[in-house]
Design a protein around this ligand. Sequence first.
Ligand code: C2E
Ligand code: MG
Ligand code: MG
Length: 570
Amino acid sequence: MADSDAASPPPPPAVQETARRWTAAVAAVGFLPAGRARTRASLELLLHDLLAALRAPEPDQTAGHGVGVRLVELRMGSPAAIGATIALLAERLPRLVSGASDHERIPSVLGRIAAGASSAQRTAAVRAAETLNRAEKLHWRRVFADQQDRLRRQQLHDPYSLLPNRAHLYDHLTERITEAAETGRLGVCLLSIGDFGQLSDAHGDALDELLAGIGARLDRLATDDGHFVAHLGDDLFAVVTATASLDDLVKAADQARSAIAGSGSGTRGTPLRVVDGLVEEPAAGTSPDRWIRDARRALSWARQDGHERGVFEPGRAADDLRRQNTAAAIPDALENREFVCHYQPIVDLNTDRVMGVEALARWQQPGRLLVPRDFIALAEQNGMIHRLGAAVLHQACRQAAAWRAGGLPLVMSVNVSPYQLTDPDLTATIAGVLESTALPADQLQLEITESAAVERYEHVLRNLASLGVRIALDDFGTGFANFAALTRLPITCAKLDRRFIQEAAAGSDPALAMLRHLLGLFDRLHFTVVAEGIETEAQQYLLTGLGYRYGQGFLLGRPQPAELLAEHLR
Ligand code: C2E
Ligand code: MG
Ligand code: MG
């Protein structure tokens, strides 16, 4: 295709006229994007090419095609514009060429103009569609990515605090553990807002704001100090940080603690109370679950101990696990009758005569004997104390009845847990045991620890006393017995805690003064007194010198199985 050439002479007037008409014809059916003058100049050039092809000595099989293409490029390729072009050229071209062979070529050249335009039109349409398609694809991909991003953020962030959530924390820990060098250490701290339930009642809608405030502060902490901070929902937040030692984690935890405590405030402007649990260890070969579990455990220790902070210790965790396993084994042990009673004599200190025995529970496990310290509190926690207490009571009463039948009428003293006092069936259970063992009620004494704040159970104690059983206040001096209540309650005996005896015998004047004072008090209350924990002759001598009548202790007889005790007594 020819380019405009400044050196070529101006086209003959007939050519100029044709270009002008051509321009007008196209303008008549549509719009000239390039304007009239420039369109005419372009068409003049095309005309020049056409004439050159028609006049060429050899026919050019492609002539006209390029003109069609060019018309489309000039945006004059619409069917109407091409129609107008063909009509105009069919009329004008014969005037511009002279030879007969040139004339003959005109129809085919015009045909190729139409074909060129139509093929260029098609190509342009395909290209436009492709471009459109590409743009559209790009657009949708962006929308999709945005949505995925938003969804991911939602899935990985708490909706209130906007901090990373539990799933995010797990992802993060997994990453940290995987990337950890062999000696790399990690610290995880779980922080819990105390009294969150109360707080959410008091704050209502403002709670969302409070959480948002905490989120913002913790987020700043994360950005400034390079910790990872997460919100596990409600009152629970987590901080993860690389550490060299526990000190580093303590620092991070202190920062997070004050960020939370100072965020907004508790009810009426008080700072929020925060309890935290820390675990700091080498990271390699661990799992996210383990970190969270151990931090949770440290947190629960803090709560149990009434402290603000707990630090994970493997030894204590192993103890916990052992205790859990022990607690879980209690029901089977009851079925298998693994709980047995040992009996410790209660002695008249003046005559050494055995007046009664205290039944003390033991758990006979294969190869070892567990003492109450190992299982009573567990049974109280998991509710098994009711069945365990009933089993001990039954065994002890049966034993007392058997001794009595054999000419050995001993008062049987049995420990009753404060938890048992909350059992509405307790009185009925004891009545049933007395009936089934045929033990006279006054041969049974129930020991209730002074620390149980016995006055709360006045009603229960009255019911029990109405059966005719004796009631003793155990561990006297360790709790804070309400002396006024003591005069009201149906108590017949006090068992003096062994600390008084041991301290007095060791030379403590206040303890000695207490022993004297208490004896006077018990006298006035008409309580029998049993001094517990007598281990030496000197202790026994001291007590009898003060006027104490009954005692119990290793010196006088250790807790032992029924057969051994009976042998000893005979
Ligand atoms: P407790 O009722 O005050 O029983 C006395 C405890 O002191 C017994 O410990 C006994 O072995 C121990 N003891 C006796 N004489 C001496 C002594 O001279 N020196 C020293 N250091 N200790 C002496 P045990 O058998 O380990 O029982 C501990 C506690 O467990 C009991 O204290 C009682 O409160 C509770 N307990 C025992 N059996 C039962 C039971 O069947 N049910 C309930 N609820 N609690 C029980
Ligand atoms: Mg006792
Ligand atoms: Mg005691």
